[in-house]
Design a protein around this ligand. Structure first.
Ligand SMILES: [Zn+2]
Length: 432
């Protein structure tokens, strides 16, 4: 185990209730009562030109998730909303009153999102943002909840487990996964939730096993979980530094800590072989790419094909205007703009691919900005017909390294699109 017991005891976990990503403009006024007002900033002094109040629509875990849509102090949250451009601080409001409020400086600020590193001592409750001349925002609808964290252990040596049939329940445990699909560099981690049915608090040992060869690629352990309580383990779809090239299945296996097999690196490699079967097991599929249209669609033919018409450098995929477009592969936004022919477009340098992925004719300017990091399956805009488009569609391009109009060449994206076009795509995963 990497971390000392002392560190573990001092480490608390922030759990974000994933309330719907609903706009909160209507909730902004008047929700502040229970928490008192955060500093009102300089509002009022200037009279007529007071800046508009920032409003929070959603809070999400950006990185460092350990358990249950959760992050430990040191991890990064992203606060989304409106009028956030002047925000300087994010306040972890905790319970009613100001005694347990903890403020942290925003690490990245733009009009519609603010990043913050979770400070030590943050307590259960919503967030607020403040800064500049604007009044503080109302508390977020999303709650930050402190809970026991699953502690990740390093997998240091070769270690294997027997892959078993999925077993959602045993006499002592009950397990479920929130989605059977996880994307590499994805926006939504695979989440295993385990409920303890045993009458006494029970510590858990969890392994993530690659189905093809039984290799244990991740391990977690939890402090004792109270009867009836749920413990969650999150996996972000990454296995070391490997970049997956195809779909692959992985299985979460859970033991009560007492029955767990020897940890990786233990002297006897054969110990794993003799390990007892897990109490419960759940399988998820890792996908390297998401299909970029989140809704019904059909592939264009003729001039809408790659190479069709005069130098058509992509594949057109038709869908109703307004259908969400998601990033097929996360990465850094390389270009964003509006062009007479391409309309609103976005180009993402796909993580670990050397390739660029271009999305065109978006209904409105793309949601992320140049330089932003986008995750696989993240909504980047909506199908439209801006620019020279006949009918609502996504014009999708894939460019070889070094990239889009940077010396690369366009590649026919149709075979890739068809291989990503599977049931259980981004859409369904996101609602889970
Ligand atoms: Zn096209």
């Amino acid at each position: 185990m990497k971390k000392s017991v002392l560190r573990h005891e001092r480490t608390r976990t922030i759990t974000i209730g994933l309330a719907a990503l609903c706009a909160s403009a209507g909730a902004a006024a008047g929700a502040g009562s229970a928490h008192g007002q955060v500093k009102a900033g300089g509002a009022g002094a200037g009279g007529a030109t007071a800046a508009p109040a920032p409003a929070i629509s959603a809070v999400a875990c950006r990185s460092g998730c350990v358990a249950l849509d959760a992050v430990e102090p040191g991890a990064t949250l992203r606060v989304k909303g409106t009028n956030l451009g002047a925000v300087e601080e994010v306040v972890f409001l905790g319970g009613p009153g100001e005694a347990d409020d903890v403020a942290a400086r925003a690490t990245r600020v733009r009009g519609t999102s603010v990043d913050v590193v979770v400070p030590l001592g943050a307590a259960d409750g919503p967030l607020a943002v403040q800064g500049g001349d604007a009044p503080a925002s109302a508390p977020s609808r999303d709650q930050v909840r402190i809970g026991a964290a699953a502690e990740e252990e390093a997998v240091t040596g070769p270690s294997t487990a027997r892959v078993v049939a999925d077993t959602a329940a045993s006499a002592t445990l009950e397990a479920r996964v929130t989605s059977r699909t996880v994307y590499y560099a994805g926006a939504t981690p695979a989440t295993l939730r385990v409920r303890v049915k045993a009458p006494a608090p029970t510590a858990l040992s969890v392994a993530l096993v690659r189905v093809s060869d039984g290799a244990i690629v991740r391990r977690w352990s939890t402090p004792p979980v109270a009867p009836g309580a749920e413990q969650a383990v999150l996996w972000n779809g990454r296995v070391g530094r490997q970049v997956p090239s195809r779909r692959e299945r992985f299985q979460f296996q859970v033991w009560t800590a007492a029955a767990a097999p020897a940890a990786a690196g233990a002297p006897t490699a054969s110990a794993a072989q003799a390990a007892p079967a897990p109490e419960v097991a759940e399988t998820v599929e890792l996908r390297p790419y998401a299909f970029p249209i989140d809704g019904p669609h059909r592939y264009g033919e003729g001039a809408a094909r790659f190479g069709g018409g005069r130098g058509h450098e992509g594949q057109d995929v038709f869908a109703e205007c307004g259908t969400p477009i998601v990033a097929a592969r996360g990465g850094a936004v390389q270009f964003k703009g509006t062009h007479a022919r391409a309309g609103n477009y976005l180009v993402i340098d796909g993580d670990g691919t050397g390739r660029d992925f271009a999305y065109m004719h978006l209904q409105a300017p793309a949601l992320p900005d140049k330089g932003d990091r986008v995750e696989t399956g993240e909504v980047i805009g909506y199908v439209g017909d801006t620019g020279a488009a006949s009918g609502c569609h996504l014009h999708f391009e894939i460019w070889s390294a070094p990239g889009w109009y940077e010396g690369g060449r366009p590649i026919d994206p149709l075979p890739s699109l068809k291989s990503w076009d599977l049931p259980g795509s981004a859409s369904r995963a996101r609602g889970a």
